[in-house]
Design a protein around this ligand. Structure first.
Ligand SMILES: [Zn+2]
Length: 335
C-alpha cells in the first residue's frame, strides 16, 4: 500500500478475499475467505493444500464509520498427509482471529487495555463509546488473557492483593517497583505461592508488602536476605489506626515545642530605680574584689574590716551569689 495513493479494500485486509460487504442491523458485515491456498497442521506443522470441507465462522471486529465490523468467514478444513501425525483433519488458523474466538484480536486487545487502564465497569462505558458493547466481566477476562512479558530480575518487588471477588476470593499481585509494571499474578493469597515465586526468581533485595503476616512469612521463607518494608498506603493506614486509638483513649497530645526562640522585645533604657540597683551591685562587687585582694596580700581581718574579729570572713560568705544557709553565722560579719 502506497502512502497518498488510492486504497483498495483488499489491500487493507491483506490476508482475506472479500466476497461481499453489506450493512445488516447496525453492523457492517464482510463475507471473507482466507487468501492463502494452504495451511499448516497445528499438530505437526506440515503444510497441506487438500481442502476437505468448509464451514462458517462469525467474529466481531472493531467499529468502522459507526458500524461494528462483523466478519463472516468461509473457513476451511484441511487434510493432513503426514503419516506420523495423529491428526487427520485440521481447521485452518485464521490471521487475527484465534481458534474458537468470537471476536478478533483487535477487539480483545482494545477491551483488555481499556480494562487495564480504567478498570472493569468504567472500561465497559468507555468501550461502549467505541461501539463495543461488552460486559465488565468480558473486559476483565480479556485483560487476564494478556500474555505478560517474561519477568526479568526484580530488585524491588511489590506484593499486594487483587480481588477475583471482592471480600471473598483474592490473589496476589506482584509488580516491579522500579519500572512500575505488573510482572506476575499468583492465583492465591498465600505464603506458599509467594515463597515459591521468590525461590524461582532470585535477586529480590527489597520487598514492599502490606501489614499482613501471610506475605511476611512467604518473604522470609522465599527470600530471607531481602529487606521487608511496608508500602506507602499501609504506612498511612498505620498512622490512621494509631491516631484512632489515641482518640479513643482520650489521650491529650502535648504540643511540640517550637525549636526557634521567641522574638525578644526591643531593649529599652533602664529606669532610674534600675540604674540605682545596678550601681549598688557594682559597688558591692568592687568591695568584694578589694577584700579578696587584701587577704591575698596578707592583710589581717581587723586591717580589712577596720576593727578586730575572731574569724576571717570567707570569700564566699561575702558574695551575694553564694549565701550561707540560715543567714549570717555568729561572729561572721556581713560585708
Ligand atoms: Zn499433521
Amino acid at each position: 500500500m502506497v502512502d497518498g495513493g488510492l486504497v483498495d479494500l483488499a489491500d487493507v485486509l491483506r490476508e482475506y478475499d472479500v466476497a461481499l460487504a453489506q450493512a445488516v442491523a447496525g453492523h457492517l458485515r464482510l463475507v471473507v475467505q482466507a487468501r492463502a491456498a494452504s495451511a499448516r497442521c497445528p499438530a505437526c506443522g506440515v503444510a497441506s493444500g487438500h481442502v476437505c470441507s468448509r464451514y462458517w465462522r462469525v467474529a466481531a471486529d472493531v467499529t468502522t464509520f459507526g458500524l461494528q465490523l462483523q466478519l463472516q468467514i468461509r473457513a476451511r478444513r484441511f487434510r493432513c498427509h503426514n503419516p506420523a501425525c495423529p491428526r487427520r483433519v485440521f481447521a485452518e488458523r485464521l490471521p487475527g482471529l484465534p481458534a474458537w474466538a468470537r471476536r478478533s484480536e483487535r477487539v480483545s486487545n482494545l477491551l483488555a487495555y481499556t480494562a487495564l487502564s480504567v478498570g472493569g465497569l468504567p472500561g465497559q462505558r468507555v468501550a461502549a463509546l467505541y461501539g463495543l458493547h461488552y460486559s465488565r466481566q468480558t473486559l476483565l477476562r480479556a485483560a487476564c488473557r494478556l500474555t505478560l512479558a517474561a519477568p526479568q530480575t526484580v530488585r524491588v518487588l511489590g506484593v499486594d492483593d487483587y480481588a477475583y471477588r471482592r471480600g471473598r476470593t483474592y490473589g496476589t499481585l506482584l509488580y516491579d517497583w522500579e519500572t512500575r509494571r505488573v510482572i506476575d499474578l499468583l492465583p492465591e493469597r498465600s505464603a506458599v505461592f509467594l515463597a515459591s515465586w521468590l525461590k524461582a526468581h532470585p535477586g529480590v533485595e527489597i520487598i514492599s508488602r502490606d501489614r499482613g503476616g501471610i506475605y511476611a512469612e512467604g518473604a522470609r521463607e522465599g527470600a530471607p536476605a531481602a529487606i521487608q518494608v511496608a508500602d506507602r498506603f499501609h504506612l498511612m493506614q498505620n498512622l490512621g489506626d494509631c491516631l484512632e486509638r489515641i482518640a479513643q483513649k482520650g489521650i491529650r497530645l502535648q504540643p511540640v515545642p517550637d525549636p526557634t526562640p521567641p522574638p525578644q522585645p526591643p531593649s529599652r533604657p533602664p529606669s532610674r530605680a534600675e540604674q540605682a540597683k545596678l550601681a549598688t551591685r557594682a559597688r558591692r562587687q568592687q568591695r568584694q574584689d578589694t577584700i579578696r585582694e587584701l587577704f591575698q596580700q596578707g592583710a589581717s581581718i581587723g586591717g580589712v574590716a577596720g576593727k578586730p574579729s575572731r574569724r576571717a570572713p570567707s570569700a564566699a560568705s561575702c558574695s551575694k551569689d553564694a549565701p550561707t544557709a540560715g543567714g549570717t553565722a555568729p561572729g561572721q560579719r556581713r560585708c
